[in-house]
Design a protein around this ligand. Structure first.
Ligand SMILES: NC(=O)c1ccc[n+]([C@@H]2O[C@H](COP(=O)([O-])OP(=O)(O)OC[C@H]3O[C@@H](n4cnc5c(N)ncnc54)[C@H](O)[C@@H]3O)[C@@H](O)[C@H]2O)c1
Length: 356
């Protein structure tokens, strides 16, 4: 069975999603022509596995453990990584391995993009969210007090190496948040993936690398068409216009990113429906899957629709004053549109829609 997908941007790189392979990282790196010294930047939750990888990668390998969680995506952690790499006399042919969730991937990826004007990075994601979304596509960066992901660079990895067995220790809530992005991929581009997710057992489905790989494949396809987020890649923002605004209003960390995205997708599907872009069944089918995966869909009571609208209009995705929406036409197909009257959005936020 082929467990490898391929991003074709630039010189291209393989995206491996498999089971019981994480110890074989050195072989996988050699196979893509990476022969330098290895610097592993790992999430503290993966200490035991990271120490094993240090032995496997051989002499000169360094290890830095970093706590996961949004607070680590800051200048202080970045400086800590630079200090570590420079202290270990990093060279241009060396390899940074980002071994953790999206936070480690983003901050270690940005360190790799900038140290010595760029060294190779291998993304080795250990959360479901990082596997299906952040490890692929080359977006790296840190947060600023004035906004999330405000400082960063595109730096494509030389290899994405995902082993689903590493997800065994991931808390259920984090797992569900990762499924939200996988469900999103089904809605925007893969109806069969959506159906398979709808019938899978949410607590065990990650043991099936083929299912996770299909969710990753949607991201790979989208990145291959549009690496710099000019058009097609914006489809990945489905649920994010509302979701980001919810995260910003509640304060980061109250809801997990995937949970905010699930609420965002539920509201944005209703917007698509109110615009007569899609049938009400899209809303009800999507909600049924979110319920199955224990993901929230209701707007938190403390968020008022006018405030949410105001924050949405300040989003990065706003172009010339218009919000660019990714909205479903049916399960498996979404489009980008700017033609969404704000009055209609407000109406959906305050009254919802009738799906009977
Ligand atoms: N670069 C991109 O394209 C992109 C896309 C989507 C999201 N992101 C970013 O990803 C971040 C969120 O990623 P995340 O949800 O993976 O968060 P995270 O990296 O903070 O991981 C979530 C939690 O799980 C822990 N953890 C990680 N792996 C584990 C494991 N195997 N077992 C047990 N615990 C483990 C972490 O320590 C943390 O507490 C956000 O900062 C977001 O902006 C980036």
């Amino acid at each position: 069975m082929n467990d490898t997908l391929r991003v074709t941007v630039g010189t291209g790189y393989p995206v491996i999603v498999a089971s019981d392979v994480w110890q074989d990282l050195p072989d996988a790196m050699r196979a893509v022509g990476l022969h330098g010294r290895v610097h592993i930047i790992a999430d503290t939750h993966l200490r035991a596995q990271a120490e094993q990888l240090v032995s496997a990668c051989g002499e000169g390998t360094s290890l830095l453990l970093i706590a996961g969680g949004e607070a680590s995506k800051d200048m202080l952690t970045l400086m800590h990584i630079y200090n570590h790499l420079l202290h270990h006399r990093v060279e241009r042919r060396d390899i940074v391995v980002a071994f953790g969730g999206g936070v480690i991937g983003d901050v270690a990826g940005f360190a790799a993009a900038t140290i010595l004007r760029g060294v190779a990075v291998v993304q080795m994601p250990t959360t479901l969210l990082a596997m299906v979304d952040s490890a692929v596509g080359g977006k790296t960066g840190i947060n600023h007090a004035l906004g999330k992901n405000m400082i960063g660079a595109f730096h494509q990895p030389r290899l994405v190496y995902a082993d689903v067995t590493l997800l065994k220790t991931l808390p259920q809530r984090e797992l569900a948040a990762g499924w939200a992005e996988a469900i999103k991929h089904g809605v925007i581009r893969d109806a069969q993936l959506f159906d398979d997710l709808a019938s899978a057992d949410p607590t065990n489905a990650f043991f099936d690398p083929a299912l996770v790989r299909r969710a990753v494949a949607v991201k790979v396809d989208v990145v291959n068409i549009d690496v710099h987020e000019q058009a097609e890649r914006m489809l990945l923002n489905y649920g994010h216009t509302v979701g980001h605004a919810i995260e910003q209003l509640l304060g980061y960390g109250v809801l997990l990113h995937g949970e905010a995205i699930a609420i965002g997708m539920h509201i944005e599907a209703q917007i698509a429906c109110a615009l007569h872009l899609c049938e009400p069944s899209v809303v009800t089918r999507q909600k049924a899957v979110f319920d199955r995966y224990n993901l929230p869909t209701a707007l938190p009571a403390e968020i008022s629709p006018p405030k949410l609208l105001e924050v949405m209009q300040r989003d990065k995705k706003v172009l010339a004053g218009h919000i660019r929406w990714a909205l479903p036409e049916k399960i498996g197909y979404a489009i980008i549109t700017r033609d969404v009257p704000l009055t209609l959005v407000e109406q959906v936020l305050t009254q919802g829609i009738n799906t009977q």
